[in-house]
Design a protein around this ligand. Structure first.
Ligand SMILES: [Ca+2]
Length: 250
């Protein structure tokens, strides 16, 4: 009896130790996961930044044309990018780092009165590759779209576009002048949910089929693009950028 009681006690003790060990492992795993999430959030928050364009530190120039001139100028904290009449100039700047994920992307962009029917676009956008790109592209707009939107003669057309997964493009009429363009990426079931806002008003939203495995560069551009007007630009067109901001949020 005494022996079996001792055996029982030993077994009970071992079980208790086992449970405590399991609990300790679970606890340590829990704290490891918590630490990992905190580190990731902290790392992403470290990416928070506002670029005021007193210089182009942190940005690289890019072009998709055969014109060697950069056509990017900074004057008193305002970046100007322009394209020439009768050309297919495509001038852009992009963040050196491709690391931005969920959160709020903000551009303060000036849209001028662009050439009537000109195929020229002022872009405020983010890009990973040709299938993972989210844009504001603003231009004169082609005749068909202008009719559909009942655009006034001085209206410009802003296209809010997801290039793929899924593809979606929604046009919206805006007046020339300074605007706040924002792309907001929220995670829903680990996939991005994108909201396009113009001057703090929601104008389009879409559930995307991808999440933080896709990281973006931020872009500013003026490009002569065929989709946005009816003929090759007849005047020089430009866009101005006061600042760009990225603010992380899950
Ligand atoms: Ca500025």
């Amino acid at each position: 009896m005494v022996f079996s009681q001792r055996l029982k006690n030993i077994i009970m003790h071992k079980k208790a130790v086992g449970i405590i060990k399991v609990l300790q492992i679970k606890k340590s795993t829990f704290f490891s996961i918590l630490a990992l999430i905190s580190i990731q959030c902290y790392a992403q928050k470290e990416n928070n930044h506002k670029w005021n364009f007193n210089n182009l530190d942190g940005w690289d120039f890019e072009q998709q044309d055969d014109n060697p001139s950069k056509q990017c100028e900074i004057n008193k904290g305002i970046l100007k990018i322009f394209t020439r009449a009768q050309s297919w100039d495509r001038k852009k700047i992009k963040t050196t780092e491709k690391k931005y994920t969920s959160g709020r992307y903000t551009w303060r962009t000036y849209i001028p009165q662009m050439g009537e029917k000109d195929q020229a676009s002022v872009g405020s956008w983010i890009y990973c590759d040709d299938h993972h790109e989210l844009d504001f592209e603003v231009g004169y707009g082609n005749e068909k779209i202008r009719k559909e939107l009942n655009a006034a003669p001085d209206d410009m057309i802003a296209y809010m576009t997801s290039q793929d997964f899924p593809n979606s493009s929604v046009p919206f009429a805006i007046k020339p002048g300074w605007h706040i363009f924002e792309i907001d990426l929220k995670l829903k079931n680990n996939k991005y949910y994108v909201t396009w806002l113009i001057d703090h008003k929601k104008r389009h939203a879409l559930q995307l089929e991808y999440g933080t495995e896709i990281q973006f560069r931020i872009y500013c551009s003026v490009e002569n693009l065929k989709f946005i007007g009816d003929h090759i630009p007849e005047q020089d067109n430009y866009g101005l950028y006061d600042f760009v901001k990225y603010q992380y949020r899950r």
